[in-house]
Design a protein around this ligand. Structure first.
Ligand SMILES: [Fe+2]
Length: 296
């Protein structure tokens, strides 16, 4: 191999693609983004870490202009934004995006070299167009109920705050797919200081349940589930709010001990009881209110 292939994709529905890194087996976990193509334009939902020229790759899948929307402002979902001129994200997450420190493309390249290891690291070249410096780009705010009208299909923005205050899913009623970011999955992180209180997240999940009949599948940033994961999410999250969850302590994503709502199989990712949803949380951030003011 003398040239690194950065991306691979799979068609998941009519005009809809799941994109991931071609070397995803070298990364610590799965990360996905999605391209939904329409008559007027194509919508790229999240952009992963920022390895590889994702804009040029999208142009191999569509000849329409590509708009970028982020399900939320975490670096494994917006890292590739810097290959584009603009992006859309929920107004409550924009501040996190703008707080990203200036990082040069060399830093992204070094990060990838670390993942790839000795065998392939020499294929990474920060000057071959596959890396971009962090820089200012236009950020357009979106809000609950907004619609991306691609011409022959519309994707609706639905707010499910919790993991971040401005986490959203995008519902494509044409394919009955919800592109769900990190809102509800097998490792839903609510143990970051920037997360909403668990009780607020529960209310948002219950609101999501109200439109559950509009989609069949939830294509997330790291995992894919059918829509019944929402029912497990509500049941498990409610136990946390009521104080009857398993309070299972294990290493979280940052390598330190954290609380999981549901006990896991010893040393494993999966829940001990075979269900799919799980969440981490901070014991002092269970009950609270949703202060929707922006503090600038
Ligand atoms: Fe996230």
């Amino acid at each position: 191999m003398d040239k690194l292939q950065y991306f691979k994709s799979e068609q998941i529905a009519d005009g809809s693609y799941k994109i991931e890194y071609a070397f995803s087996d070298k990364l610590p976990g799965s990360v996905y983004c999605y391209l939904v193509t329409g008559e007027k334009y194509a919508l790229l939902i999240d952009t992963m870490f920022g390895f590889g020229d994702l804009k040029t790759y999208c142009e191999t899948l569509t000849d329409k202009p590509v708009k970028v929307v982020n399900t939320h402002a975490h670096a494994d979902h917006f890292g590739g934004n810097y290959h584009f001129d603009s992006c859309y994200m929920h107004y409550r997450d924009i501040q996190f995006f703008l707080e990203v420190p200036d990082m040069k493309k060399e830093l992204f390249a070094d990060g990838l070299r670390n993942y790839l290891g000795d065998e392939h690291k020499d294929l990474v070249d920060e000057n071959d167009g596959n890396f971009a410096d962090v820089h200012n780009l236009k950020v357009f705010p979106i809000n609950d109920g907004d619609v991306f009208d691609l011409g022959d299909r519309q994707l609706e923005v639905f707010e499910v705050g919790g993991h971040t205050p401005g986490s959203v899913i995008l519902i494509d009623s044409k394919t009955r797919i919800a592109y769900s970011g990190d809102v509800c999955n097998g490792n839903t992180l609510l143990d970051l200081e920037t997360c909403l209180p668990v009780s607020v997240y529960l209310q948002n999940l219950i609101r999501l349940k109200g439109i559950q009949d509009r989609f069949d599948m939830m294509y997330g940033g790291h995992e894919i589930f059918d829509s019944t994961i929402i029912d497990e999410g509500i049941e498990t999250t409610r136990r946390v709010v009521e104080g009857t969850d398993d309070k299972y302590i294990a290493k979280g994503i940052r390598g330190t001990d954290t609380y999981y709502a549901a006990a896991k199989r010893e040393g494993a990712y999966e829940r001990a009881d075979g269900k799919r949803f799980n969440m981490t949380y901070l014991p002092d951030r269970i009950n609270g209110t949703d202060d929707r003011r922006q503090v600038i």
